[in-house]
Design a protein around this ligand. Structure first.
Ligand code: COA
Length: 246
């Protein structure tokens, strides 16, 4: 299924687990991620979730072959259901990014509570390069977090940025060496998991409530435009070029 889930005490570790394809996300993987969040929410023993990829790659974003063969068609699509599940998730989620976090790999982080990265992390939102438009409420949240000038630069050039830039702009909270990244994520999760869970839940809700309605409205607006762009000739050309580049 390419998503693996394991529990370490009160911490549930959800791993994107398709290293041979740089953890590119398929429909089945989005479904598994949404299910992992639903299960974690329903399980009283689980007090925090750690979201990780593989050493050297967080995720290369949406599987481009899937974009061509099984494009999302509406808000019932697995990718939207996953993003909504993330927005509505009611327990702390700590993301640890090592290597590439492309497209939704970066935008999903906007909905995580604590984001840490390794010194070799590379974030990018290259939607425009592919004929696409921002998704994951990035057109709202990236300007809010990093400022409009930086958000426009990233979203209009598609250029990747490193952990130092991510830290400086507030996209992440800490940078660690790759070798210690997951252990650090576990330590943060354990610290959070040991706090009173009701107060934690309210704290998360207070931090997210001021923008929740706007986030959902932006997800929908971006989603409709994104879906329309998936069949645009310039988009099909970019996808085909990636799939046939060798
Ligand atoms: N969709 C489908 N397959 C992907 C993929 C994606 N998003 N990203 C990587 N892969 C596949 C490659 O096709 C390759 O498969 P192959 O070995 O069968 O040919 C394998 O994963 C390894 O990728 P490769 O490009 O050789 O690794 P790299 O280390 O040189 O580069 C990336 C890594 C992430 C920089 C590069 O793969 C990339 O740019 N991927 C596309 C990212 C993207 O545009 N995502 C969509 C954003 S909306």
């Amino acid at each position: 299924m390419s998503i693996s889930v394991r529990d370490e005490g009160a911490v549930r570790v959800v791993r994107i687990d398709r290293p041979e394809k740089k953890n590119a996300l398929t429909l089945v993987m989005y479904e598994a991620l949404a299910k992992a969040l639903a299960d974690a929410s329903a399980n009283a023993e689980c007090r925090a979730v750690v979201l990780v990829g593989h050493p050297g790659v967080f995720t290369a974003g949406n599987d481009i072959g899937d974009f061509l063969q099984n494009p999302p068609s509406g808000e019932d699509s697995p990718v939207f259901r996953f993003l909504l599940a993330l927005v509505d998730f009611d327990k702390p989620i700590i993301a640890a990014v090592d290597g590439a976090a492309v497209g939704v790999g970066t935008t999903m982080l906007l909905h995580c509570d604590v984001v840490i990265a390794s010194t070799r992390a590379k974030f990018s939102m290259p939607f425009v390069n592919l004929g696409l438009v921002p998704e994951g409420a990035s057109s709202l949240l990236v300007p809010q977090i990093a400022g409009r000038a930086t958000a426009s630069y990233w979203l209009m050039t598609g250029e990747a940025f490193d952990s130092d830039s991510a830290l400086r702009t507030g996209m992440i909270s800490h940078v660690f060496d790759a070798e210690e990244l997951e252990a650090r994520a576990m330590k943060i999760a354990e610290t959070i998991a040991a706090k009173p869970p009701e107060a934690m839940k309210i704290t998360k809700d207070l931090l997210r409530a001021p923008v929740r309605a706007a986030v959902k409205e932006t997800l929908s607006r971006e989603g409709a435009l994104f879906i329309a762009r998936l069949t645009a000739p310039e988009t099909i050309a970019a996808f085909t070029s990636f799939m046939t580049r060798r």
